[in-house]
Every structure is written in C-alpha cells, then in structure tokens.
Design a protein around this ligand. Structure first.
Ligand code: FE2
Length: 292
C-alpha cells in the first residue's frame, strides 16, 4: 500500500510542497482545489499532510461545495454540535463570521472557544482528523491562527513525565470548555449530543505511529486524580506544548485554504477587534478515529 501511494505521489510532481523551517507546516502549490484533485495529487497532498501536519493552499477562491468535496477526500464529514453555525442546505459546512447580513460587523466574536488552545472536537468519542478552513474575509490586525506541534512537544518531554502520563486519561467536556472560554452555556440538547468522554493524554497517531500530547481547552480533568491535580497537570502539559519552538503562526490572506491534523496539533486564534474587523471563515471537518 505504501509503495502504491509513493508511486502515485511521484506522478504528481507538479504539486509543490514548501515546508517551513523545522518542517512544521508546508505550503502546497500546483493544485486548483475548485476543480478537485486527482488520485495522484491527493496522494502527494496526503503524504505532505502526514509529514508537516499543517498545510496552506494560497489563492483558492472556493465555493462551499468544492470545499466540502475536498474535505470528503480525507474521510467522513462531521457537522458542528452548535447547529446555528451550519450552512443552510450544506450542514457539513460551518460558518464562523462576525459579518452581519447588512455587510457590517456584528461586534460579537463568533466563537470565543477558538481563542484558546484546543484540538477540534476532542469532546467526542471520534474527534476530528482534520479541519479545513477557508477565508472569505480576514482581519487586518490580529486573527492569526497559531498551531502547536504536539508530536515534537511530546518528544521533548522529560522521560519521567512521559512515564507519568503513559497510562493517564483526560476527560474532555464541551459544556465545561464553553464555560471556561466565556461562551453561552450549552443547551440540554447539546449536552445530550456531546456528553463528556475520556481519551489518553499520550496519544498514538494512527497513521504515523508517533506519540503526541492530547490536551487543550476541551480537556477538563484527569481520571483518577482530584480535579485541581488534574487541571494542574493538563495546564503544565499545555504550557509545555505551546512553547515558541513548537509554534507555527498562520497569517491569513483572502482565499487561503488551511488544513491541519488535529491528532498531533493544538491551535487557537489570536484575538482581533470583533467590533471593527470583519472576519469570516468557512469550516469543513473530517471525523477521525477513537484515540488510543
Ligand atoms: Fe478549532
């Protein structure tokens, strides 16, 4: 299988992969996502995704249908628990925007939970494999998306910490993470749809086999520890994983498509002035495996 993928990738040499310093994040060129990608192009993109964890496609003025179709190449699409974000007639496309129907800013940040470090949908039994965003409107100041490489961060942990977390599990709870990030409380329906789950803190990536630190704002506490002890450990791991040497900062351009591997990264959005700046992203999420 690996050889077949390599052969396919070699036939799509027009697809360029320009990795950033230290190999975390890469810019992909030579594809037009609005026309879809061939099997050989997909093989090359998929390998770059595993190698670099965050991929940037510039100048891709996509419609929602093409955005969704590109996401579906990676697996089964997943809607957002907050139904108000779902695109009408296309519920697997979510819109986070502070641009009102009158074209002016609403003054309200569309999702405060994006401002803190997290990995998407870790509060579900099968969290997101990848998230793909495109950017019809960007902020002039602020609004960068930051990523932390939690595989490299895991490798850099002291051996004693690796041993300590090797069998620990964290509870991930969407209702609690909303309260922590200052959003409206979850509704009864939302809580029923997303009850707390627990996942290993040291996660094994299902495709690369690398160990990663799987924490973030949706993680609430640690199974078998008091809540304060667990919160302290989770905070220490997050602080470690989000040190400068593990970070890629994405500065948005209009019509960027940005995708990342939620199994081995954390991300957050830098604050921006939601009263002055118009910012809109359309999002497609692909469901992943049960973390092990
Ligand atoms: Fe997110």
């Amino acid at each position: 299988m690996a050889n077949a993928a390599a052969t396919l990738a070699e036939t799509a040499e027009h697809v360029t992969v320009s990795a950033h310093a230290n190999g975390f994040a890469a810019e992909i060129g030579g594809v037009n996502l609005s026309q879809g990608v061939s099997d050989s192009e997909f093989a090359r993109i998929h390998q770059a995704f595993l190698d670099h964890k965050v991929l940037v496609f510039r100048d891709q003025p996509l419609e929602d249908a093409a955005h969704q179709a590109f996401g579906a190449r990676f697996g089964t699409l997943d809607g957002h628990i907050n139904k108000s974000t779902r695109q009408k007639n296309m519920p697997n496309v979510q819109i986070f925007s502070n641009v009102g129907s009158d074209g002016k800013t609403t003054g309200v940040h569309p999702e405060k939970g994006t401002l803190v470090w997290h990995t998407d949908k870790s509060y579900t039994a099968t969290p997101s494999l990848t998230t793909m965003l495109r950017s019809p409107a960007i902020a002039k100041e602020g609004g960068d998306t930051l990523f932390a490489d939690t595989a490299r961060a895991y490798d850099a942990l002291p051996e004693a910490t690796k041993t300590r977390i090797s069998s620990l599990r964290a509870v991930h709870d969407w209702a609690r993470s909303r309260i922590k990030s200052g959003e409206r409380p979850a509704t009864e329906e939302e809580m029923a749809a997303a009850p707390p789950v627990d996942h290993p803190i040291a996660r094994t990536h299902p495709e690369t086999g690398r160990q990663t630190i799987y924490v973030g704002n949706h993680s609430s506490h640690v199974v078998g520890m008091t809540v304060p002890e667990g919160e302290t450990l989770l905070a220490e791991l997050e602080v470690h994983a989000t040190q400068q040497q593990f970070i890629y900062r994405h500065k948005w351009r209009v019509n960027d498509v940005l995708m990342w591997d939620n199994r081995c990264t954390l991300h957050c959005v830098e604050p921006y002035d939601a009263a002055k700046e118009k910012r809109a992203v359309h999002r497609v999420v692909v469901k992943g495996d049960k973390p092990v």
